[in-house]
Design a protein around this ligand. Sequence first.
Ligand SMILES: Nc1ncnc2c1ncn2[C@@H]1O[C@H](COP(=O)(O)OP(=O)(O)O)[C@@H](O)[C@H]1O
Ligand SMILES: [Mg+2]
Length: 221
Amino acid sequence: MLIVYFGTKGGGGKTSLSVSHAGWLVDHGYEPPAFLDVDVQKLASRWLKSAEPKIVVREATTPAEVEKGLNALHAEHSIVIADGPGGFDKQNIVLLRRADLIVIPVMASPLDIHSALAGARELINVVKTKYRVNPKVRFVVNGLDDRTKFAKEMRSFQSKMKPPATKAAVRRLTALIRSAAQGVIPTRMENERNARQDLDALFRELMSLVSSKHAKKVGNG
Ligand SMILES: Nc1ncnc2c1ncn2[C@@H]1O[C@H](COP(=O)(O)OP(=O)(O)O)[C@@H](O)[C@H]1O
Ligand SMILES: [Mg+2]
């Protein structure tokens, strides 16, 4: 099963949330996922290598490398998470074409949100039509600041998005910034209840979308 973090705009939270998701799976009874880092900066690779040795990380830059990387990881792991590059890169087409679940984090900012939604929607529609695939697609409202007036508008907009947004939104979390700096899994940080709350709800909801026959929990959990 392939879960792709995608966006045509940088800064939505792909790297932060894909790394969090991979780490969360390890701690919640799933087989440790493999991770394909397709972002040019390779921040996720560095972060995960420091945070969790159980997660196999592979890097890919060209579309051919993405294809090869996915094949290799799928041969040995039931769950693969990919952090895609921003923009309309060809690598994204390969990822989207093969994805079971596409997650598009978008910053809850009046300036970012509309262009982020439109760009992602456009590319996904192209891929769906061209390759006749039908992945699950979810936007994730990220970086929400409940103290602002815009947050209220955002919450009501969230319920009407197409493709749909997850019910779980992620607040502005210093834990995401600190865990990146320290190279640790965000949901493992002490005294970060908000981060655990938001990310737990998000990943539970996302995992409920993908078929349980692939996303097997290990042991009797
Ligand atoms: N929920 C959040 N709260 C606070 N900062 C966030 C949150 N999500 C992401 N960030 C920060 O925003 C920036 C962009 O996030 P990143 O994960 O790198 O996005 P992308 O990979 O889509 O470019 C980073 O500095 C990251 O630490
Ligand atoms: Mg990134």
